[in-house]
Every structure is written in structure tokens, then in C-alpha cells.
Design a protein around this ligand. Structure first.
Ligand code: SAH
Length: 223
């Protein structure tokens, strides 16, 4: 729960009405779970973006966050979260691509232990400040290439990647717990689909879902 949400430039974009408009839009686009809608309602998206763009915070669009990256569209965050918790909230979740920390804070509000990896150092540093200002103590952040997962903390009941590539890194499949679920955009840049992988023993059942467009899942780290 957010119990110490900072009261930032509090007019307009933070109003209940503005946030409620985003919730209606999510419902029109097929997000029906009351739990997901509540999570989206309570997460202060304006807090994760540049002040100059804050008036667009509750529009259903991706927005630039610097370093060529974007904050995910609210529908995408809602949909990925919905898929990740479809069979129950995973107790331990690995997120690849912290970015500004928005999706991280939605996941943290589920009450799970969150391990989030970002390859661009300045984005991670800023996300760390924002998440700690919001009081999320159970989020662990690491500056690393998420293509290798987070070996020391594996296995994870849930893995979510916010960046797309044509194949699923083997390391991530290996770090997925038996009975766990991975959600990521899969495919070439123009042809990505949200994809769910359910692990049952050593079988990986792959389901291809909505067409989406994410920033690329890249190799290596940036200082
Ligand atoms: N979760 C963010 C989305 C950020 S965009 C949100 O809530 O809005 C995706 C992020 O993935 C970018 O910040 C990008 O730098 C990061 N990324 C891309 N490839 C990565 C990799 N191999 N390891 C870790 N992060 C990666």
C-alpha cells in the first residue's frame, strides 16, 4: 500500500477524475479484474515521468523517460500484470527493464517480493529514488543485463520483461520455478506479441496473445 504518497504538483493530473478516466479507458480495452483496476487506480503514474509530461500521465500512451526508453502504456502494464497473476500472485517476481519504475510499483503493490533489473544506470538510480519515496521496501533493484536473469535469487514464480526480442533467453526459462509463469513481448520489432510461458516440470507451454510494441531487449549494460 502507498501510505506516504508525495503530494506532487497536485492539480489536475493527480485528481481522482483524471485517474478515473484512465480506468474507464482500461475497462473499454478489456481489463475487467477489480484487483488490477484498483492497482492501476492507486499507482501515481505522474510521479514516474518528467514534470513537463505529467499532464499526459493518465492518458493511455507510452511516454519518453530519456535514454531512448519509454514508460509503458497503462493498458500494457495492466494486461501484463493481469496475465502474471492469473493463477495467483507469484510470491517472488523478477522484472527485466525497471525503466522509470512504474510497472515495478504496480507489482510491488501486489505484496510480492520484487527483483527488478535495469541495464541503464541513470534510469535505475532514478527509479530507486522514486520507489523508496513511495515506501516500497520489498523491491530489490540491480544494474545488470536482465538477459542473465538474477541467478542468486532464482527460482522466481513470476518473470516479467518490459522489453522485446525474438527469442526467450534460456537463463530466464531456467530461473522460472516449476508452476511459474513468464510474461514478455516476443518477436521482431514490428511483429511483437505478448507471450505467456507456463512451466510444468521441464515443459514450457507457450501462448501467444496480444500484438504489442516494446523497446528492444538489449545486451550489456550502460553506465
Ligand atoms: N517497466 C517500465 C518500462 C521501461 S521500458 C515501465 O514501467 O514503464 C523497458 C526497459 O527495459 C528500458 O528501461 C530498457 O533500458 C530496459 N532493458 C532493455 N534491455 C534490457 C536488459 N537486457 N536488461 C535490463 N533492462 C533492459
Amino acid at each position: 500500500m502507498i501510505d506516504n504518497e508525495p503530494n506532487l504538483h497536485g492539480i489536475g493530473m493527480t485528481s481522482a477524475r483524471t485517474r478515473e478516466r484512465m480506468i474507464s479507458r482500461l475497462q473499454e480495452k478489456g481489463i475487467t479484474s477489480p484487483r488490477i483496476l484498483d492497482l492501476m487506480r492507486m499507482t501515481p503514474r505522474h510521479f514516474f515521468i518528467d514534470e513537463a509530461l505529467a499532464h499526459q500521465a493518465y492518458d493511455d500512451n507510452a511516454l519518453p523517460i530519456g535514454h531512448g526508453q519509454t514508460i509503458s502504456q497503462p493498458w500494457v502494464v495492466a494486461r501484463m500484470t493481469e496475465l502474471l497473476i492469473e493463477n495467483g500472485v507469484p510470491s517472488k517476481i523478477l522484472e527485466i527493464g525497471t525503466g522509470c519504475g512504474y510497472q515495478t510499483s504496480v507489482l510491488a503493490a501486489l505484496g510480492a517480493d520484487i527483483y527488478s533489473v535495469e541495464r541503464i544506470r541513470p534510469l535505475l538510480d532514478q527509479a530507486r529514488k522514486r520507489l523508496s519515496a513511495l515506501g516500497y521496501a520489498r523491491v530489490q533493484l540491480k544494474h545488470a543485463d536482465g538477459g542473465f536473469g538474477w541467478t542468486a535469487e532464482a527460482p522466481f514464480q513470476g518473470i516479467l520483461a518490459a522489453c522485446g526480442r525474438p527469442d526467450i533467453p534460456d537463463e530466464l526459462l531456467q530461473q522460472l520455478a516449476d508452476g511459474g509463469r513468464l510474461v514478455m513481448p516476443l518477436g521482431e520489432r514490428e511483429q511483437q506479441h505478448l507471450t505467456v510461458v507456463d512451466r510444468v516440470g521441464n515443459d514450457f507451454n507457450v501462448t501467444k496473445l496480444d500484438a504489442v510494441r516494446f523497446v528492444p531487449f538489449q545486451r550489456g549494460i550502460l553506465k
